[in-house]
Design a binder for this molecule. Sequence first.
Ligand code: IPD
Ligand code: CA
Ligand code: CA
Ligand code: CA
Length: 265
Amino acid sequence: MDQQYWKNIDAHAKIWIHQAANLIKDSFTDELMVEFKSNPSDLVTNMDVKIEKFFIEQIHATFPDHRILGEEGVGEEITSLEGTVWIIDPIDGTTNFVHQQRNFAISIGIFHEGIGMLGYIFDVVGGELFHAMKGNGAYVNEKALKDLQPITLEEALFSMNASWVTENRRIDYRKLAPIVKAARGIRSFGSAALELAYVAAGRIDGYLSMRLSPWDVAAGIVLLNEVGGKATTIEGEPLSLLNENTLLASKPKLHENIIKEYINK
Ligand code: IPD
Ligand code: CA
Ligand code: CA
Ligand code: CA
């Protein structure tokens, strides 16, 4: 498969992302149907499902042999990354979408035989499309993102949800609290995809989560690969795109330091 093949997919993906974003913005004046999934903090709306369906219809009609893994389960069940697989989060940051009508993103990673080829994270209201094609660099709108440079935690703006430094089932929070103390500043944006895009753009230096799904990270991985960023589990293992993972995404060196000095300490 040559560059032209991926450029054709890229052109379609960008058109569909803008069309989907317009559907979302047009819905702002309509009444939103909000439901809980697993608990009252886990929201889903009619728009999450509608946008996922929109992408699936377009992809099936244009690329019938591509497969789709989507958060809302409208696509097929995916148990392998064979062939070309679109990994879609129709709205990442649903809580922000419901409460703020901003600070959420459409996130799409396109993988071929398990390799990240194309990545898109669109801040729908902010109008910023973070995008990357393997080997062609990463961009925000038309502007190329720079290679990430090593940094220390003391100089770093680091992102994580505050819940991970309270008692939780996934990690001893006493391992993470010292990161909060040592960093120059801590931020939390409420959208894993935007947090990954911001790491790729150098707006934050690292992001950590104890539980993310493939659709939260797929696009971000492609972006980070293009700018020399690192994205692994918090133990430094490769991320699975078929299962939930922990995540540490950051500039080089900071990544190794956090694992060595905080996680494995
Ligand atoms: C969530 C957001 C949030 C992160 C959660 C994700 P959703 O995705 O990315 O920032 O902390 O773990 O599940 O449900 O809004 O698509
Ligand atoms: Ca969700
Ligand atoms: Ca998500
Ligand atoms: Ca979502």
